[in-house]
Design a protein around this ligand. Structure first.
Ligand code: RIB
Length: 315
């Protein structure tokens, strides 16, 4: 099944420390396959690796996952990587050790070597959610990030804004790259120069300091397109702390539509987080039930929610 020599398999069983970890995993996966040919035995454990559970957006998708997994009587093992690749690797090992049936994975950034091994050798079913890793032949549930930010930028342009700052999230994440592409496309199409791109790691504290610093250096934008709501809210706090009025002086639009955004009257791009979570767990259950389930990418639509954080540019 594995193409690994009998001598190595034997050594992996008799003296496992002498065999490479990922080789042992492949052997164990094959043994599990042999042991439960009809895959009757399952642990019932679903692993979820999130990059930052302090960001309201991720628990919202968890609600979508739970709305399905609770009726399957699954045990959810939530791992928070805090955006750290080593922490992701540690979580992966833990989930493999407890024989999780499958994993829902939101990449923090770079791809851990162990994750590539798991995908390349189909050691355990994985569904990527929200952000795409730099891997091929995967299951992915995401949204139309490029079009979502394109529409957000178009909205600011129709209000007359021409000096628009893009406040980006964690560089290297697929969602930030796709949103920046949509922002750039909208401005270029309108013949408007892209004069401002800042990044703030998707966090409101970082966005606060980035905007405060920008203001100290004469930040001269009439509108800000933020790649998520947490940063938009941090930027609003920084602007207001400098006496700048929203939207009279500066218009701002976010992305996600977390609960705090409605309270803050923030215009934003709403991501279908419940549907994202539901689609991810259903795709994972299909892959667990049949290892030959075709891999697929699902792109769900986002929509603009107009509130009162944007206004027509005053002449
Ligand atoms: O708020 C966190 C952001 O990172 C969200 O927009 C989500 O899409 C993720 O990529």
């Amino acid at each position: 099944m594995t193409g690994i020599s009998i001598a190595t398999v034997s050594r992996a069983l008799s003296d496992p420390q002498k065999v490479k970890y990922t080789t042992r995993l492949r052997i164990e996966a094959a043994m599990r396959e042999l042991q439960n040919q009809s895959r009757q035995e399952k642990s019932g454990i679903i692993g979820i690796i999130f990059p930052d559970i302090s960001n309201q957006f991720f628990p919202l998708m968890l609600a979508g996952i739970d709305s399905i997994s609770s009726s399957y009587d699954s045990t959810i093992m939530l791992c928070n990587s805090n955006g750290d690749v080593q922490s992701e690797e540690k979580s992966l090992r833990k989930l493999l050790d407890i024989k999780a049936d499958g994993i829902i994975y939101i990449p923090a950034g770079d791809t851990p070597a162990l994750l590539k091994e798991i995908i390349d050798n189909s050691i355990i079913p994985v569904v990527f959610l929200d952000r795409a890793p730099g891997l091929k032949s995967i299951n992915l549930i995401t949204t139309d990030n490029r079009n979502g930010m394109y529409q957000a930028a178009r909205y600011l342009l129709t209000l007359g804004h021409r000096k628009i700052l893009y406040l980006g999230g964690k560089e290297g994440t697929s969602t930030d790259e796709e949103r920046l592409a949509g922002f750039s496309e909208a401005l270029q199409e309108a013949g408007v120069g892209i004069t401002g791109i800042l990044h703030a790691d998707f966090s409101n504290t970082k966005a606060f300091s980035v905007i405060k610093e920008g203001l100290a250096n004469g930040l001269g934008y009439t509108a800000i397109a933020a790649a998520n709501d947490a940063m938009a809210l941090g930027a609003i706090k920084a602007l207001r702390s400098s006496g700048i009025r929203i939207p009279e002086d500066v218009s701002i639009i976010g992305y996600d539509d977390i609960p705090s955004s409605a309270l803050a009257e923030l215009t934003t791009v709403r991501q279908p987080f419940m549907e994202m979570g539901k689609s991810a767990i259903m795709q994972l259950y299909a892959a667990i039930a049949d290892a030959h389930t075709p891999k697929k990418t699902t792109v769900l639509p986002s929509s603009i929610v107009i509130r009162s954080s944007c206004a027509v540019l005053k002449e």
